[in-house]
Write a protein that binds this ligand. Structure first.
Ligand SMILES: Cc1ncc(C[n+]2csc(CCOP(=O)(O)OP(=O)(O)O)c2C)c(N)n1
Length: 325
């Protein structure tokens, strides 16, 4: 995408549908024991990553924590490569070695997928440092959950980013819970955004259920960063409909709370906005949804028939041994 260009909103809605249908199918395949290890679903949060990535260029850097399926799909990793990764197959985006929490796609500048809470925030700062060091005009988008903001690594990273005026947007996806712990019980501040003030980093609160609001806010910040590098912080308020992981029944919250957010669904919202403005008909929406479902079903078939990595190659990736494409 070129500077100032806007991504087509119907395409973005279609991407949100792909993410939603991908995860619903992943959940089903997990229950069928086709997927091993952990699996954290992003359902409900789709407007955050879709909105943010609609505002940046393809060569900007993206890094996130373990709830990462949507970030890879939004960056352009194919549903085939994502599903195959969940199935532990060689055709997966991390060659089946990473699984759900470690999606990686160097070609599309998606640098993980990181399982240790807060540990990727300093990596993101390193990536932003590299941009500045090479005198480029890229930006790093670093996504993380509300659980990361009380980790020591997070504080060290924010301090350096501010000190060195690095081109990075810290995007806190505040879905109110870190596993089963409410942010109110884990964080001394009334609002997460105040963390940024402690490091003299400009910050704002954004409605994460509203695609347009996320996109416009990120676009404004990224525009400012490209003119003169600096860090920025967004607290994006969102909600995950499912439990923390597949094994979490989410009994720490009420049905009413969940229902409140479901009624504010980000896909329904963008659909309604586009329909009201005459940019989308019901038939077109149904067609997009059908296409998303078909893409995901094809991805399951692809993953099923893909081979696993030959066992003798498994150790090839323990240490970096030259890039293999
Ligand atoms: C350093 C560290 N401590 C604890 C854990 C266990 N753990 C896994 S996920 C998680 C909660 C993180 O929540 P949050 O950052 O809000 O992300 P969300 O699940 O909401 O996307 C915890 C504590 C971990 N992975 N890493």
């Amino acid at each position: 995408m070129q500077p100032g260009e806007q991504r087509d909103e119907v395409e973005m809605l279609s991407l949100m549908l792909l993410i939603r249908r991908f995860e619903e199918r992943a959940s089903q395949q997990y229950q069928a024991q086709k997927i091993g290890g952990f699996c954290h679903l992003y359902i409900g949060q789709e407007a955050v990553v879709t909105g943010a990535l609609a505002a940046v260029r393809d060569d900007d850097y993206v890094i996130t924590a373990y709830r990462d399926h949507a970030h890879a799909l939004a960056r352009g990793t194919s549903a085939d490569a994502c599903m195959a990764e969940l199935f532990g197959k060689e055709t997966g985006c991390s060659r089946g070695l990473g699984g759900s929490m470690h999606f990686f796609d160097r070609k599309n500048h998606m640098y993980g997928g990181h399982a240790i809470v807060g540990a990727h925030v300093p990596l993101a700062v390193g990536m932003a440092f590299a941009i500045k060091y090479r005198d480029e005009d890229r930006v790093t988008l670093c996504f993380f959950g509300d659980g990361a903001i009380n980790q020591g690594s997070f504080h060290e990273a924010l301090n350096l980013a501010a000190l060195y005026k690095l081109p990075i947007v810290f995007i806190c996806e505040n879905n109110l819970f870190a596993m089963g712990t409410s942010v109110k019980r884990s964080t001394s501040l009334k609002q997460i955004i105040d963390r940024a003030e402690g490091y003299d980093i400009p910050g704002e609160i954004v409605d994460g259920m509203n695609f347009r609001e996320v996109r416009d806010k990120v676009a404004e910040i990224v525009d400012s960063i490209r003119k003169e590098a600096h860090p920025a912080f967004l607290e994006v308020r969102t909600y995950r409909y499912r439990g923390h992981s597949m094994s979490d029944p989410a009994s720490y919250r009420t049905k009413q709370e969940l229902e409140k957010y479901r009624l504010d669904d980000p896909i329904t919202r963008l659909r309604a906005q586009l329909t009201r403005e005459g940019k989308l008909t019901n038939e077109q929406f149904d067609m997009l949804d059908k296409r998303a479902k078909e893409t995901v079903l094809a991805a399951v078939k692809f993953a099923e028939k893909s081979p696993q990595m030959p066992v003798e190659e498994v150790y090839d990736y323990v240490y970096f041994n030259g890039a293999k494409e």
